[in-house]
Design a protein around this ligand. Structure first.
Ligand code: DER
Length: 228
């Protein structure tokens, strides 16, 4: 599809930022999958030597098939570059992530990275972040978090499994809410308020990484680079 071609353009371009000896944060989702496929080609063709730090079981399993060597966060001090996808990207490179319920580990890896490259097709760009906002919570806290979010206004849904009865369970053993606020006036402020609710592990607003973020959009006539 046109969207897949756009994802591939962005994903492949991001692989060019990786060089020998790098520790690379590997995000989750269908766009970064193209980056990983390209890295496999570079490992075979150029004998590129890197170590990947995965952000989900899905990515961990994909790297096994692709032959990208992995390292745990315990073994590395910092991550040179993380490549990941996003669901919404605003004009200041603030993000909403979490469609794939991977945003808790993605945020940990992003925070540990010197640089973040977000790969996306043009449909992810938006003037302002609107939501819905994925929120990973400790199951015990569900009634309380629902209470808090209802007080803030908007609508909330527990993310239900498709081939599993009951809620989606994250790689961390938690459940996911999809919160649609009435409006998002200040992404950083809303991210902070949500993340402070007891029981919330973290939400999918990533407003704190813009200073170290480059976005690559897989435009029709070639990848567009936004940010440093
Ligand atoms: O779940 C996530 O955070 C993913 O990175 C998601 O935001 C992007 O997935 P996609 O590349 O398949 O659209």
């Amino acid at each position: 599809s046109l969207q897949d071609k756009a994802k591939q353009r962005a994903g492949f371009k991001a692989a060019e930022y990786i060089s020998n000896g790098m520790i690379v944060g590997l995000g989750t989702g269908s766009t970064v999958a193209f980056t990983m496929a390209r890295l496999k080609e570079r490992i075979s063709a150029e004998r590129l030597s890197i170590y990947g730090v995965p952000t989900s079981l899905q990515t961990m399993m994909r790297t096994g098939a692709l032959g990208i060597p992995l390292v745990g966060l315990e073994q590395v001090q910092t991550i040179d570059i993380t490549i990941d996808g996003a669901d919404q990207i605003d004009s200041e490179l603030r993000l909403i992530k979490g469609r794939g319920a991977a945003h808790v580990r993605e945020r940990i890896i992003a925070d540990a990275s010197k640089r973040i490259i977000i790969v996306a097709d043009p449909s992810k760009l938006c003037a302002d972040l609107t939501g819905p906002i994925p929120i990973e919570i400790v199951p015990f806290s569900l009634p309380h978090v629902l209470n808090r979010l209802n007080q803030m206004g908007g609508t909330i849904q527990v993310r239900e499994g498709v081939k599993k009865d009951g809620p989606v369970i994250s790689d961390n053993g938690n459940i996911i809410l999809d919160y649609q606020p009435i409006t998002i006036l200040d992404p950083m402020q809303l991210e902070t308020v949500i993340n402070m609710i007891p029981g919330v592990v973290c939400c999918g607003i990533f407003a704190e990484f813009t200073h170290k973020t480059t976005v690559i959009i897989g435009e029709e006539n070639g990848p567009r680079i936004i940010g440093l």
